[in-house]
Each structure stands twice: as structure tokens, then as C-alpha cells.
Design a protein around this ligand. Sequence first.
Ligand SMILES: *Cc1c(COP(=O)(O)O)cnc(C)c1O
Length: 380
Amino acid sequence: MVPPHVAAAILAADRPVCVYVYDRAVLHANVAALRAALPAGTRIAYAMKANGDDRVLAALLPHVDGLEVASGGELAAAVAAGSRFTLFSGPGKTDADLRAAVAAGAVVNVESLHELRRLTVYGAARVCLRINRAHPALPGTHAMAGVATQFGLDEALLPEAVGIARAGGLDVAGFHLHAVSNNLDAVAHAAYVRDAVAWAAGAAQRWGVPAPIINVGGGFGVDIAGAGRFDLDAFAAGLSDLDLPDGATLVVEPGRFVTAAAGWYATEVLDVKQTHGRWFVVVRGGTHHFRLPASWGYSHPFTVLPVDAWPYPFQRPQVSDAAVDVAGEQCNPRDVLARDVPVASVRAGDVLVFANTGAYGWEVAHHDFLRLTHPRFVIV
Ligand SMILES: *Cc1c(COP(=O)(O)O)cnc(C)c1O
């Protein structure tokens, strides 16, 4: 079901409809639910790469403690939006990025010894050392620690990293341990947080880091195509005996969890046809607006929003009680959002609504392929 206020915003859009609708109330509720499950005093830095829309940032900033950014462009947007606590990650920061981070007073999540050495040139930055620990990888779709990746420093380099930072006048503020994306196993995630905190507490003591930032990153999962969910009650229960050292600040960097369910991508059916016995529903948008189904290889669920008005004097293309492929407008056979999905009825002029598209939907798509028109963006 599409919530009535979202459906109203979709149907108010210009024809042919092609719009992302974001809902402030869902953004706020997701932050509030996560905050309630975390220990008091935890700082939430929204990872803006999940959805960097200016209206989304403006809606979120009063409810989160700050922003996690992963490029110079995101840093500039975070500063412009008024982020008061900004953390800068990413394995390929340029010198200009590092200069801008220092000027903005951002905490730099340092990912290599070379980055650390370059940072010492630009002044007294606050840094968290991003460590790729030796623990086993977590469940989730994108493991970034516990396995070989381009992220962070191996644990064995920690003594050398602290030495370089201190000799260069940097403030070693703590540790950054973001390890996974899209983990739906809340019990495993709580165990990871407990283990990360215990490890960071030990490292802080060993290396003389008072009141450390212990940043356990994001990774709270969303089952965008199914009925699974990240169980916040189980997560909270798993953190009830968390042993946070005195003065330490726990930081999380959720992206997907905050925005995925706050977005709907709606696109109008331009044509319905059959070739070689298979039904195709062709829509005004496609994977250049919402990329996940193509990159992850799944069918994204959708709802048909019927539009009865039909402007032509001739027959309306339609299909009933059949399985359809939903194809986009590109000249590209991979531009498919859903395959072989049974529908009761779909007609040219109806609107297909894809829920749970507020995270990594528009942001990761190749927007300008074929010079097709961008969708509109509405926040309700
Ligand atoms: C992408 C990213 C996040 C957010 O990840 P989600 O899976 O969307 O929660 C947090 N921290 C860092 C360093 C990231 O790169």
C-alpha cells in the first residue's frame, strides 16, 4: 500500500509522472527508533551518501548529531547545510579534501599511513584511525572489515599510525571501525558493536587516547524487497550490558536505515506490449534513476496506482492477470526494474510505485546516460 499522502503527491506530479517522494515523518521516525535502541549519549552522524538530497539533509539535521561524508563534494554540502559534527571517510582523499576537512573542523577518518602523513601538512586535525580489524566478517551485503579491502589500516599498523599522528601534531581522537553495509542480523550487529567497543577501549588505554570517539559506523540493514527487518529491540537488548569506558563517545553512521523506507520512486507506464510471448511494461524512468535492481540483480516490488483518465481516442494498451517485466525507457535490454512479476491489471497511463527507494536509489544511478530527463523530487 502506498500511504495516501504519498499517493496524493505522486498523482499531483506533472505527466508523465516520474518522481521521487521523500517523507519527513519517516526520516524522523527512523532516527528516533535508532536513537531509542542505542545507549544514551550515542552520537548519530547520518551517512549522507545514502541520500544527499538537500531537502532530506535539511529535514534530518535537527534530528541527528551530524553528518558522515565521503568526498570533498559531500563535505561542502554538509558544511553548507550546517552540520555541527562532521566525519570525513573515504580511501582516496585528495590534498584539497584534507585541507577542506581541516578548515571545516571535521574529524577525519584516516584510512592509510600516507593519508595520515599528508594530513600532518595541513595542521592540527582531529583524526579517528580507521582500523580494518582481524575479526571475522559480519553478515551483510558489503563486508569492509575482517577481509582484505581498500578501507582502513590493518590492526598491526596501529602503533606506527599513532606515532606518525603524534609526531605530526594531530589529535588522535579515537577509532573508526565501520565494517559492513546492510546487515539485517541485529543480534550479530550488537555483538559486533560490543566487540568493537571493547577493542577500542583497550586501544585507547594502550595508546593514551583520553575520552575516545568509538565510531562503529553504519550498516543497519533494510530488507528493501522482502519482509525481513533489522530488529531494533534485539539490537538494544544486545547492547544492554555494553561497557563504554568513562568519557568515551559512541558514534554510529547510519545511511540506508535512515532513508530507505522514507522514499518512493513513482514512474508512469508509457506502453504495455508483448514480444515472443512475454509481457513488457515500459515506464518513463528506469535504472538510470533507480539502480539497485540492476546492480544487485533482483526484482524490486511495486504497487500499481491506477489512473483512469486516458487522453487518446484509441485503444489503451493493457494487460490483466499476467506476469510482466517492468522495463525502463533506455535503449538497453538491462534497463529492467522487475522481472516476471504477476499483476492483476496494468495499463498505459497507470503509475508504478516502488517503495523503499530512499537510500542508494538515485544516488548511485547513472543519471545522465542517454540524456533522459531526470525525475522530480518532492518532500512531504
Ligand atoms: C557508506 C558508509 C556508511 C553508511 O552505511 P549504511 O550501510 O548505509 O548504513 C557509514 N560509514 C561509512 C564510513 C560509510 O562508507
